[in-house]
Design a protein around this ligand. Sequence first.
Ligand code: C6P
Length: 406
Amino acid sequence: MNADFRSDFPIFNAPENKDLIYFDNAATTQRPRHVIDAVKNFYEKSNANPLRGLYALSSQATELYENARGTVASFINAAAEEIIFTRNASESLNLVAYTWGMQNVREGDEIAVTVMEHHSNILPWQMVCAAKNAKLVFLDCDKATGEIPLSELNKINERTKLVAATYVSNVLGITNHVKEIAETAHKNGAVVVVDGAQAIPHFKVDVQAIGADFFAFSGHKMCAPMGIGVLYGRRELLEAMPPFLRGGEMIEYVTKEGATWAELPHKFEAGTVNAAGAVGLGAAIDYINSIGFDEIIRRDHELTTLFMEEMRRIPHVHVVGHPNPLRHCGIVTFMVDGVHPHDIATVLDEEHIAIRAGHHCAQPLGAHLGVPSTARASLYFYNTEDEVRRFAEKLASVRKWMGYGN
Ligand code: C6P
């Protein structure tokens, strides 16, 4: 079954990648033929500057671009005008910080984030807090399991203006209870920003059900092209926010003195948009829907369970985070006694195995757990059991490569 998925991805058919084990899917996934063809077709048949031209080709480009927005909206249970196309999750989070954050946060207020946030969901809030003389508060996680105890939610109070939480940690793979976080935030009058970058590729997201006011993700972590991302925002909030970037196509009317803004979502999409990227994202969603999240979750569970079983059998290897593979969303971070994670990645690269090593852009989490640098394998549904076994065999020899006796 999984061999079929793999053959959907041309990169694995390239002769130079025949034996490639690609376990860096949390950094970026590979692209299926369906997505590559959608982008190619756009440029070969429908390319023009969308939203401007008064001719057929531009209208066609506009239609494809707006159809992709509709596809994204139904994928996460939102309305089309609540979907803003950005470059990536980082830009989506910055958009909220520079607009809602700078407009609403005042001196003495608090912003709460979890300790496991990616830097993209910490630095924008540090910026707002510094500009407004507000306080950044961290919700800590359990050092053994990575779970955020519900008692940490007591740090959210009437001073809290915004809570920013990742749905799934890019280091621990743990899924946070964002619905409970949102309920607590709303009870205290705060808005909730969910970083969905690592969740959206792995399970069905419903922004209404979790109570997200804003939800950010990147296309490239879910089989879509790089350079296209999404910010979902609740309509009333988006309407009250000032634009982030100013320029072409985001205005209603401009005079020498000032301007009025276009309707949602275009108020937040200044300049020529990434139409081919949006079309590619729409195609990626169609592809993921054709597989179905039941199957994706089943593959995640099977592969991660096998992966962690194999890890447990190798002496000197330690998995970071939850002992239950079903709590990992395909992400397994680990250490090997006496070997720096960069050396692990370099030795494995010699064997044509791609993993990530370092701080994973989550340094506050590394400091909290006391492990500033780790190695990370991240799997997706097109990986195979055979790859996991070959990976374990190579990992078992890493210490020998580094000169240890066993
Ligand atoms: N994490 C990883 O290897 P961008 O770069 O904007 O597409 O995504 C940023 C981002 C935001 N939130 C989470 C939870 C993420 O995991 C990432 C990106 C990659 O873990 C690259 S550092």
